[in-house]
Design a protein around this ligand. Structure first.
Ligand code: ARG
Length: 266
């Protein structure tokens, strides 16, 4: 039976059929793959939203701000979508390293050496400086040099401002470094007289001054110069390139200026 020519022909037919079937399966698998390629990728963007106008919340507690609109516009230009995650500022880099988020958009200073060891930063998108903030009616503190060893000074945890405050404490120039989770808390403590000063980014201080007029003011000179960048996990060159390209494009087509203008004139 096995050696008859007819059986051989049948075996060949079966082989051809099997081959055709597997080619078909491969083709349909590829088609599926092609289909999912067209779905837009979505990245998780982490921030800490007590940092207006960069990172804040609206009446419904949605995360909004200049950082959010910039990264959304960059995504639109580069074909990705974003969702936002609310974290504490000192939790952002750990979350990026753990892969819980893909991007940090939080007014984060990219010039910080310790951060550069842990994450990669995009091109700079905003220049900023740290300033001392005091109560509006305080006439004793006119600069950082007027801080004295009986004073408490506040800043937000994990920030460049907190680094400054901790250094002042270490040098014995102030009594206590009050490091708090949210900037709103730091500003509240300043207004309530619980602390003598806050050290924080100039554009954000100005946003708080606008929100609560005649309560706080900035004094003295800039304490540093910093550049905000978006952060990604170390080695994520593909995403970094998209962010840099998108940023360049939205700067060129006017979207960047329009958004900055919108958020600074709210
Ligand atoms: N620019 C400062 C820093 O890099 C403060 C950033 C705070 N950002 C925020 N979303 N709370 O440390």
């Amino acid at each position: 039976v096995f050696n008859t020519p007819g059986a051989n022909a049948n075996a060949v037919k079966e082989l051809v059929l099997a081959a055709l079937l597997s080619v078909g399966m491969i083709l349909s698998l590829t088609a599926c793959g092609g289909g999912s390629d067209k779905e837009t990728v979505s990245y998780k963007v982490g921030t800490e939203p007590t940092f207006p106008p960069f990172d804040t919340t609206d009446e419904d507690q949605n995360i909004v701000g200049l950082d959010m609109d910039l990264i959304k516009a960059i995504g639109k230009d580069q074909g990705f979508e974003v969702t936002f995650e609310n974290l504490s500022f000192d939790g952002l880099i750990p979350a990026l390293k753990a892969g819980n988020i893909n991007i940090v958009a939080a007014g984060m200073n990219k010039d910080d050496k310790e951060r550069q060891k842990q994450v990669d930063f995009s091109d700079a998108y905003y220049e900023s400086q740290l300033y001392v903030v005091v109560a509006e009616d305080n006439n004793d503190i006119k600069s950082i040099d007027d801080l004295t060893p009986d004073m408490k000074v506040a800043a937000q945890t994990g920030t460049t401002g907190a680094e400054k405050v901790k250094t002042l404490k270490k040098e014995g120039k102030i009594k206590e470094a009050v490091i708090v989770d949210g900037l709103d808390t730091a500003m509240m403590q300043l207004i309530n007289g619980d602390v003598s000063a806050v050290i924080n980014d100039k554009p954000v201080n100005e946003a708080y001054m606008k929100k609560k007029p005649d309560k706080v003011k900035m004094v003295g000179k800039a304490l540093n110069a910093e550049n905000y960048g978006f952060a990604v996990a170390k080695g994520n060159d593909e995403l970094l390139e998209k962010i840099n390209k998108g940023l360049a494009n939205i700067k060129e087509d006017g979207t960047y200026d329009k958004l900055v203008d919108e958020w600074f004139n709210k």
